[in-house]
Design a protein around this ligand. Structure first.
Ligand code: EPU
Length: 347
């Protein structure tokens, strides 16, 4: 099929800087960008990429992707699929809700909490899309999407079919799934997500920083909506709004240790949570890096796990800042920090 035809049906942009599509605001040009606002556009979009012999990359609102300076000689599909609703409701017990993948996760969370259902309230104010949530098993304040997820609907790029993948086929763990690790990466375009929420509410003790807020404000209402407000307040006090400040949220992953390693770390005075998690924010802060600037990238003075792009000119600046931070933490504590956001394009 000649490209003319594609152009007639789809909005194809050429040479779009990745910096304009991502909240870290770095990265060279992508060869083509196509907005996907109908599931039916997907076959054509993938056919277009195949015809041009170019790779495809799927983007939501770009809040967890960092663009590299060499740009992307491929086709970025920006997911704009919208719509959400109730699949099944057992009044006063449970509800199954669906959302198309281009909706903001926070809007989906609001939908559930406003109906009075519990299961996603701690995921409030996360700046990503619904479709991105299963990709890295988005989580915060003791919840992650795997706890409420039932299934995802996907477009299978190999067969061109729409398929349903139940949760147990997704290998969800800390910031991990079949969509970001292993041989199936790139195979599926997530179109829709289904979650099941329940009547009731979370019970204390809550995740440390959330509990501290609840204690400080003497909050006794643990309803989904109330917890949602608390989470919003905690996030606002620590995490930069990506609309206003260039960042990708947590820049490093927390460190997970084996029981033997955990015992060693505790003996050395390093905090270990839940038998094996070392908060990387603590390591960075106690390496003296909170608020420090490296090559235009600043370690947030509110949450040391967050790197803010204040004046970096390129991905190379970010890479230099990252190398220095990793080295300082490694020299002081012996742990090698790993980056949390994914990357796109050539260096
Ligand atoms: N800490 C410090 N100094 C800091 C920041 C943290 O000492 O500057 C220590 C404290 O001991 C604190 C602990 O680290 O109690 C945990 O900090 P926080 O509650 O702020 O959470 P986090 O481990 O820094 C993780 C997620 C966040 C998520 C929060 C809340 C990762 C990589 N990050 O951050 O997710 O919102 O927990 O659950 O797991 C994201 O992925 O982009 C993200 C923001």
């Amino acid at each position: 099929m000649p490209s003319m035809l594609y152009n007639k049906y789809m909005n194809i942009r050429e040479n779009v800087p990745i910096s304009t599509l991502t909240t870290m605001r770095l990265g060279g040009a992508a060869r083509y960008v196509i907005d996907i606002d109908k599931v039916e556009d997907l076959s054509q979009a993938y056919a277009f990429a195949k015809e041009k012999n170019l790779p495809v990359y799927v983007l939501g609102n770009g809040s967890n992707i960092i663009g590299r300076d060499g740009g992307f000689n491929g086709v970025i599909l920006v997911c704009k699929l919208t719509g959400m609703g109730i699949l099944r409701e057992e009044k006063d017990e449970a509800v199954q809700l669906y959302s198309y993948s281009g909706e903001l996760l926070d809007d989906f969370v609001t939908y559930g909490t406003e109906m009075g259902y519990s299961g996603m309230e701690a995921l409030s104010a996360i700046p990503g899309t619904v479709g991105a949530a299963p990709v890295q098993n988005v989580g915060a304040y003791g919840q992650d999407i795997s706890q409420s997820l039932v299934e995802v609907e996907v477009f299978d790029t190999e067969t061109g079919e729409i398929k349903t993948l139940p949760k147990d086929q997704l290998e969800l763990s800390y910031r991990h799934s079949i969509f970001n690790h292993g041989e199936l990466v790139g195979r599926y375009f997530i179109t829709k997500v289904v979650v099941e929420l329940h009547k009731g509410h979370l019970t204390p003790p809550f995740y440390n920083s959330l509990q501290a807020y609840i204690d400080e404000h003497s909050i006794i209402d643990f309803s989904p909506d109330s917890i949602r407000q608390c989470v919003r307040a905690v996030r606002e006090s620590k995490l930069p709004d990506p609309e206003l400040i260039a960042s990708s949220g947590s820049f490093f992953k927390n460190v997970y240790l084996s029981p033997e390693e955990a015992a060693g770390a505790e003996a050395a005075g390093i905090p270990v949570w839940d038998g094996g998690k070392v908060p990387s924010g603590w390591l960075i802060e106690h390496a003296g890096l909170k608020g420090q600037e490296f090559h235009g990238m600043r370690v947030s003075d509110k949450a040391a796990l967050v790197l803010i792009n204040e004046s970096a000119k390129s991905y190379a600046d970010l890479a230099a800042a990252r190398a220095e931070i990793i080295k300082i933490v490694k020299d002081k504590f012996g742990f090698t920090l790993e980056q949390e956001p994914m990357e796109l394009g050539d260096e």
